[in-house]
Ligand binder design. Sequence first.
Ligand SMILES: [Zn+2]
Length: 196
Amino acid sequence: MSTIRLLGSITFACCSAAFTTLLYNYFHQEETEVLFFYGTMPICNFHRNLASNTTTIQNNECFECKLNKIIGWLNKTKKTLDICMYMFSHELLANAVIAAHKRGVIVRIIVNEDNLQTTWKMGNMGILKRFNKGIHNENLMHHKFIIVDNKKVISGSQNWTKTSVRANWENSFITNNCELVNPFRNEFQRLWKVFN
Ligand SMILES: [Zn+2]
């Protein structure tokens, strides 16, 4: 290949890569948010149900408000909800998942074997569920991530239990960055097959 041709190819490759990135950034609105949970306190005045309370607790520190945010993300699900959760017994989060299932969202749940019985009401709902059985239950299925519509991931330290939401220091984040979402999608697919 002549030098001019080679330089031409390199320039084309660089330009097309830059163009692809430009297109991606133009059409893709980045959505990221990180939530920290601080234990039982603080809780905002709204959730404390004391309108006259004069303390200066901010809504952005209230665990109930943050829980509502996660439920809000679930309520926006349109097509698929893949849940990989070590412990899943929180009633309000379960209700949001059941509501998604009822409006036609395909819900798949992976839990750890010893938490199978406590997974809220899912058994009789027709929701697809798998767990680390057989040779695989020697190790904990300790993940805590959810994939919404194959486009967003909610992940962090938090199990979907009351204790995790109310009484622990925890973190939970959401992202629609495909470089982060795709590995989670691949891992969910892999586990879904392995735990069949
Ligand atoms: Zn609140």
